[in-house]
Design a protein around this ligand. Structure first.
Ligand SMILES: Cc1cc2nc3c(=O)[nH]c(=O)nc-3n(C[C@H](O)[C@H](O)[C@H](O)COP(=O)(O)OP(=O)(O)OC[C@H]3O[C@@H](n4cnc5c(N)ncnc54)[C@H](O)[C@@H]3O)c2cc1C
Length: 381
């Protein structure tokens, strides 16, 4: 209850606000900017990403709209105009990138395969040729499932598909027929979460053969601030679908070793999975890597299966591809590599927070004695 003495004052405030567009738009812009600040912290973003993103657009539009009126006749409006022009240019560039990559003689399609362990392998048949570097990601739009929303995913593999000879390219369903003659493919490995990825997983697992082909748009590629080319010794730690981030590095470094274009002389991939079934996620990509020229001289793969159904499942296929039950002892693995280190050592991690914490701790402990760089990808902003 407002005391009587203040009632008249508040009336004056109300009248001033109602009669002055300068005041009420200034207040509106301030409120919108405060709302932008309050709803942006990481826990809110992560808990309600779609709500956050849509509210963010609305609040930004309200704040800019109010400011536009508020600054009428003032020189400061030029700065606002500059910000709006830059924003519009960024949007237009993104739109052009989407249009250029996804519309040609045909449009881009995504074949989504539901896999064991709540994962999906998504193969995008691009409308135009596409190149990407290890560590880059794309934004994926599948309007039939996610409407206008997009989601970032690391590119796990890319190749030129021979549509005439590859059995996988034969149309399996009516939807496959709309995939068209594109030959450039980009593959992603996606973990099922609770929003877009859950709907997509359900669509694929309810379809014939656990796979479905849908129209899609890929935007990018973006990112890639890290290159592992200059390290003589490289260790890659992946947990679960984090492997998708590392596969392009393995492919690039093995090819670079054979061609003499990278410093890498020792490359160790440590992948932690819950079940041997999860090997299926990247089986076609790994088959190609294992067949690469001089691969045995540089690459060692260590697979750790944390929940094997029985010990018979754990069999090492060769001396350079070994399988172990349980979790790895990170300290021992890094220690072994440090002892045999060639040149500087680069350690790259992509997995859950616990794995990253463990590897970071072990690397930091050794950084005073030897040259070790630690790089982390967390699949999050
Ligand atoms: C650079 C980058 C690369 C990634 N690469 C992969 C990958 O290769 N494989 C993979 O499985 N996952 C990857 N992710 C994570 C993936 O983007 C999210 O798991 C996915 O967007 C979740 O969608 P959802 O609607 O099912 O999420 P929800 O179940 O609603 O949310 C799960 C989590 O995903 C986050 N999230 C939801 N939507 C987005 C979005 N549009 N942008 C960013 N984060 C979002 C939420 O904040 C939340 O933390 C990557 C993320 C980033 C930032």
């Amino acid at each position: 209850m407002i005391p009587k003495a203040h009632e008249a004052n508040w009336k004056v405030v109300g009248m001033a606000l109602a009669s002055s567009s300068f005041l009420y738009t200034g207040l509106g812009a301030t409120a919108a900017f405060v709302a932008l600040m309050l709803h942006s912290p990481s826990p809110i973003r992560h808990a309600f990403y779609e709500v956050f993103v849509h509210f963010h657009f609305v609040a930004a539009a309200v704040s800019f709209g109010c400011l536009w009126v508020h600054l009428h006749g003032l020189t400061a409006k030029a700065y606002l105009l500059a910000a709006i022009v830059l924003w519009a240019l960024e949007r237009a560039t993104r739109f052009f990138i989407i249009f250029y990559h996804n519309f040609g003689r045909s449009t881009t399609t995504a074949t989504v395969e539901a896999m064991p362990g709540d994962a999906m392998r998504i193969t995008l048949r691009m409308a135009r040729p596409w190149t990407f570097r290890p560590g880059q990601h794309i934004y994926l739009y599948i309007p039939a499932v996610g409407w206008w929303t997009s989601h970032p995913f690391s590119v796990g593999w890319s190749e030129t598909e021979d549509a005439m000879t590859d059995e996988k390219a034969l149309p399996m369903s009516k939807q496959d027929l709309i995939a068209g003659p594109q030959k450039e493919t980009i593959s992603l490995l996606v973990r099922r979460r609770t929003g877009f990825t859950d709907k997509l997983f359900q669509r694929a697992s309810n379809a014939l053969g656990n796979r479905i082909t849908l129209r899609a748009f890929a935007e990018g590629p973006y990112g890639n601030i890290h290159t592992m080319d200059s390290y003589g010794t490289v260790m890659l730690f992946a947990g679960g679908v984090g492997i998708t981030h590392h596969v392009p590095f393995v492919r690039h470094l093995v090819a670079g070793f054979a061609e003499g274009t990278v410093a890498c002389r020792r490359l160790t991939l440590v992948w932690i999975i819950q079940s041997p079934e999860h090997l299926e996620w990247i089986r076609p990509w790994m088959t190609s890597i294992l067949a690469m020229d001089r691969r045995r001289e540089v690459l060692r793969i260590m697979l750790f299966v944390t929940r094997p159904r029985n010990t018979k499942e754990i069999q090492s296929p060769s001396a350079t591809v070994q399988m172990f039950p349980g979790r790895p002892n990170i300290d021992t693995l890094v220690g072994m590599e440090v002892e045999n280190q060639v040149g500087a050592m680069g350690v790259l991690v992509c997995g859950n927070g616990g794995l990253s914490d463990d590897v970071r701790k072990v690397c930091r402990r050794r950084q005073k004695k030897t040259n070790v760089d630690y790089v982390e990808e967390s699949f999050s902003w």
